[in-house]
Design a protein around this ligand. Structure first.
Ligand code: MG
Ligand code: ZN
Length: 175
């Protein structure tokens, strides 16, 4: 039996990224802007033995604002940028779908778009989750629903300092 793992699930836009360019549909790293304290927060989670996982809806792919490949590349550049400060995101899951999309392949009602939690089911298969200490941070009610559907705590972030926000959550959980 492996020891249970603390998991921190983070939404991307509005939690890690503060940019609102193109109404928040960000497909290029040059348009991505780290939120205050984001890198420090990720590093802090790494140091406190959390798996850091991003779960994000990227319907801009279905809407043809950018491609699937663009998003893969953007996420790689985010990870590369984090490496420079010795911080690490363990996994990124993104949903490319939308029911009103224009790209045929991605125009559908899927089970991975938050608040649906197909990605949490995937995470559960990879790690034995410590439900008490694991949490989700998002800026939308759909993120909180995702957390609820996954039986973990959800915290609504309001674009201040992510490090301060996460520091409090982690320390409340460990006491
Ligand atoms: Mg968001
Ligand atoms: Zn999906």
């Amino acid at each position: 039996m492996t020891r249970s793992k603390k998991i921190a699930i983070l939404d991307r836009d509005g939690v890690l990224n503060k940019s609102n360019i193109n109404n928040g549909y960000i497909g290029l790293f040059k348009d991505f802007k780290w939120i205050k304290g984001a890198k420090k927060a990720i590093k802090y989670l790494n140091q406190n033995n959390y798996k850091v996982i991003v779960v994000t809806n990227q319907s801009g792919i279905a809407r043809k604002y950018f491609s699937y490949k663009d998003v893969v590349k953007l996420h790689k550049l985010m990870k590369d940028d984090l490496k420079r400060t010795n911080a690490k995101i363990d996994r990124i899951f993104f949903c490319p779908h939308h029911k009103d999309g224009v790209v045929k392949k991605y125009k559908l009602i899927c089970s991975c778009r938050k608040p649906k939690n197909k990605f949490f089911k995937k995470i559960k298969k990879i790690w034995n989750i410590d439900y008490k200490k694991s949490f989700m941070i998002g800026d939308q009610l759909t993120d909180m629903e995702f957390a609820k559907n996954s039986n973990i705590n959800g915290f609504l972030f309001k674009k201040n300092d992510l490090y301060k926000f996460i520091f409090r959550i982690v320390n409340e959980r460990n006491n």
